[in-house]
Ligand binder design. Structure first.
Ligand SMILES: O=C(O)c1cc(=O)[nH]c(=O)n1[C@@H]1O[C@H](COP(=O)(O)O)[C@@H](O)[C@H]1O
Length: 279
């Protein structure tokens, strides 16, 4: 069985380092001439899949925008996941789950068990009930070639008060998360399956990402003010592991398929230049 780390490495090699989010904000539905209802949601998600599913390495549906419509919205999330898989992109479901371990086990089976209707390649998870509480997710992911992206230093300004607080040993809380995920990835080739989320907006913070040996998801680009060149400041020598992630910046170009593809191509070109040290 190929690990998620290996599958992601292959996808990025073939398609380039880019993740595009499917975030059907009400304002975006309106901008695309769609109603803020289940049919609008279905058209929106279907258009993104058609435009980008066969060219972007990772697509990240934001579960909240599907859950907003109840069971019918979740049914569209299910079919969007299936369609993405058929197009060959990896699906990272943005659900930011976190809970006591026994409940995390249920979340794990919802998203990381291949027999689940919502089975995806990877999920986002929150470690703020303790990284150890996410163990059932790590175990199920490892058993089935899945991945987990754990929040470390988020892109929103409110995150710093919690994430940069100091633990008893002097490390920041985020550094303790980074170090625990690094241990899970130790020795994995070509890369571990457990990623971290580090926002492109946070500037230089002095956190040590050098031992992570796993993917670094970088949201906050575009709509939240982060730019490709900020990646160099935030990630320094860890740039090769960065997976830049855009939602509204690319989605604003829709619903025209050609314009969506051009926006994704532009985002990829901007990031490639920085990741390759050319910019
Ligand atoms: O886990 C995430 O993807 C995430 C983490 C983070 O620190 N900041 C962040 O914005 N995100 C998600 O990334 C997406 C950002 O969307 P845009 O600001 O439109 O690019 C949203 O779906 C957020 O929920």
């Amino acid at each position: 069985m190929e690990t998620f780390g290996a599958r992601l490495h292959r996808a990025v090699t073939e398609r380039g380092p880019l993740c595009v989010g499917i975030d059907p904000h009400p304002g975006l539905l309106a901008r695309w001439g769609l109603d803020d209802d289940v049919r609008g949601l279905e058209r929106f998600a279907g258009t993104v899949v058609e435009a980008l599913g066969d060219r972007v390495a990772v697509v990240k549906p934001q579960s909240a925008f599907f859950e907003r419509f109840g069971a019918r919205g979740v049914a569209i999330l299910e079919s969007t996941i299936r369609q993405l898989r058929n197009c060959g992109s990896l699906v990272l479901l943005d659900v930011k789950r976190g809970d006591i371990g026994s409940t995390v086990a249920a979340y794990a089976s919802a998203y990381l068990d291949p027999s689940s209707p919502l089975y995806v390649d990877a999920v986002t998870a929150s470690p703020y009930l303790g990284v150890g509480s996410l163990a059932p997710m790590f175990e199920l992911a490892a058993a089935h070639g899945g991945g987990v992206f754990v929040l470390a230093l988020t892109s929103n300004p409110e995150g710093a008060a919690v994430q940069r607080a100091r633990a008893a040993d002097g490390r920041t809380v985020a550094q303790t998360v980074i170090d625990e995920i690094s241990q899970l990835n130790a020795g994995a080739q070509p890369s571990g399956s457990f990623g971290l989320v580090v926002g492109a907006t946070i500037g230089e913070t002095g956190h040590d990402l050098s031992a992570v040996n796993g993917p670094l998801l970088a949201p906050g680009l575009g709509a939240q003010g982060g730019s490709a060149s900020d990646l160099r400041v935030v990630f320094g020598s860890s740039l090769p592991a960065v997976l830049p992630s855009y939602s509204r910046e690319v989605l604003n170009a829709g619903p025209d398929l050609t314009a969506l593809r051009a926006a994704a191509d532009r985002a990829l070109a901007d990031c490639r230049a920085v990741l390759a040290g050319r910019d």
